[in-house]
Design a protein around this ligand. Sequence first.
Ligand code: FES
Ligand code: FES
Length: 157
Amino acid sequence: MKLTVNGEPREVDVTPDTPLLWVIRDELQLTGTKFGCGMGLCGACTVHLDGEPIRSCITPAIVAQERKITTIEGIGDPERPHPLQRAWVELNTPQCGYCQSGQLMSACALLAKNPQPSDADIDNAMSGNICRCGTYPRIRAAIHQAAAQLNQNPSQK
Ligand code: FES
Ligand code: FES
């Protein structure tokens, strides 16, 4: 099966119904995306499909064929972090960290559509991402900070 992951064409030998999360983690070794509930309930496995946040644990690989998949590894790296990733570090947003790549992927999709989200917009967009450590206030603050930076300097996207 042919997939495009973080801008690169990848070929994987999996059955069409294999969950995309297994393909991302086990076949492609992109382990930044996490397994939480496996039932579409927690958001830990969130990636983008053509820019939309999806739950990769309940998405069959065939659905992603020849579409654009973006994982946490594709939005920035330590040398060139996404403004959201910078804000996450600056505000010490994660606690245990487990849910945070899913949180960042949902936040990234939100800012792509809504560059100046209100608290309510953020709560609404992030409501499917559960954090057992309760970092929600810091996530919200980090999204506001990244939004402000992006609005000052849109080329950082
Ligand atoms: S692991 Fe996919 S939503 Fe929980
Ligand atoms: S930081 Fe621990 S689950 Fe969110």
